[in-house]
Unconditional design. Structure first.
Length: 396
């Protein structure tokens, strides 16, 4: 009964079928119905146990073994046919079950109504008296509370960090994450169409603000997908007709408020202003998401500066935590160079452990193909720093 959907129940209420209306009536008082089920099930179990005791006393000898076997058998029968089978049947055939047994359940509901009503009142009274423990913690102080939690483990720390970022999402002002005014890249309305095409290609932005006169007078946002349709046009084309409305965001708003604005307006970019309309910055949906998920990189973002030291033309020093892809990029070799031995490793430390088949000590060396690896720093758990020397390839 309680697994029926709201749509089904509403349909029963509006139905002219007596059985369906009966089901809807029962579900309109869920507490009483649940108590009725409990009472009926308890009575059935009591009756079954009483019958079992009667059978033991009159049909079985006073043998401990026979009593034990009978009690075990009756317990299994009661569990299977009194609990599991009815529950599974009711769950799998919920609609058919609710209709087929609506009359019997309604009869039981009214027979036990006096007991049901009393137990319902008692349960309501207990719920009011038993108040759950509530911790009064302001959202602003949650990061400090998380720092005081004395739990260890990598997963716990990750969960704490996610909670901190969610707190930031609700408490941080939009001006703390926006692109400041002096860094906004925007187009001028007096740019020719060919200039606009070239600038958009050079920047790689999919949405660019457009202003007239000064950056305080932003007329709209130019979408790259709108521009590409007309890229065959010449400079006489009025490209400003492609501009879409600008979403203006006040700088004192919180990130969560701006996120809701983006969602309601179905936009990905907004111009941050003060109450006088002066442009202070620009914010995108990606900026907001990065506050919770961390930095988001795509194929159009600039590559990070590689974190390694070049000793000479053939020697490099890397951190053990450096991704293998970054190492290959620094050495200017194919990304598939170490595929045969990496065994799923993602970092240089994992690669070397796969090659060595152990965690090497400081000073140990090993050669793979034309690469000589020397451990510069390590602890009992991982390799911290490695020198890689590119050796001349030996022709076979």
């Amino acid at each position: 009964y309680f697994s029926l959907s709201e749509k089904t129940i509403q349909g029963f209420k509006e139905s002219s079928n007596v059985t369906e209306k009966r089901v809807a009536y029962l579900l309109s008082k869920p507490r009483n119905l649940q108590i009725t089920f409990i009472i009926v099930l308890r009575l059935i179990k009591i009756a079954f146990i009483t019958l079992a005791v009667f059978m033991i006393e009159h049909f079985f000898e006073e043998s401990v073994e026979e009593w034990f076997i009978l009690v075990l058998l009756l317990s299994v029968i009661l569990l299977v046919f009194g609990e599991l089978v009815p529950r599974i049947y009711a769950h799998e055939k919920q609609l058919r079950f609710s209709k087929r047994h609506a009359y019997e359940i309604t009869t039981g509901y009214f027979i036990f109504y006096p007991f049901t009503k009393v137990m319902s009142l008692i349960s309501v009274w207990l719920e009011k008296r038993v108040t759950p423990q509530v911790y009064d913690v302001a959202i602003e102080t949650l990061p400090e509370v998380l720092d005081e939690i004395q739990l260890e483990g990598e997963s716990v720390e990750k969960d704490k960090q996610i909670l901190r970022e969610i707190v930031n999402f609700t408490t941080t002002s939009i001006k703390q994450v926006m692109v400041p005014r002096h860094k906004i890249y925007a187009l001028k309305t007096d740019d020719t169409f060919s200039e606009v095409l070239q600038k958009v290609r050079d920047t790689g932005f999919s949405r660019v603000p457009v202003y007239e006169g000064t950056i305080d007078n932003i007329l709209g946002v130019l979408y790259l997908k709108d521009l590409l349709i007309h890229q065959h046009q010449n400079d006489s084309f009025v490209w400003t007709s492609l501009l879409r409305p600008t979403l203006v965001v006040l700088e004192n708003k919180k990130i969560i408020q701006v996120f809701r604005q983006f969602k309601a307006e179905r936009v990905h970019i907004g111009i941050v202003t003060d109450e006088l309309g002066t442009t202070h910055g620009l914010v995108t949906l990606e900026d907001l998401m990065e506050e919770v998920l961390g930095e988001i990189k795509d194929e159009f973002d600039e590559h990070e500066v590689l974190n390694y030291a070049k000793v000479n033309q053939n020697k490099f020093e890397f951190q053990g935590s450096e991704p293998i892809e970054v190492v290959c990029q620094a050495l200017q070799i194919s990304q598939e160079t170490f595929d045969e031995v990496r065994k799923g490793a993602q970092t240089l430390n994992g690669l070397l452990v796969a090659i060595w088949r152990k965690i090497p000590r400081k000073g140990e060396e090993i050669t793979y193909q034309n690469f000589k690896f020397t451990v510069l720093k390590a602890n009992p758990r991982m390799i911290l720093k490695v020198q890689i020397e590119i050796l001349p390839k030996v022709e076979v």
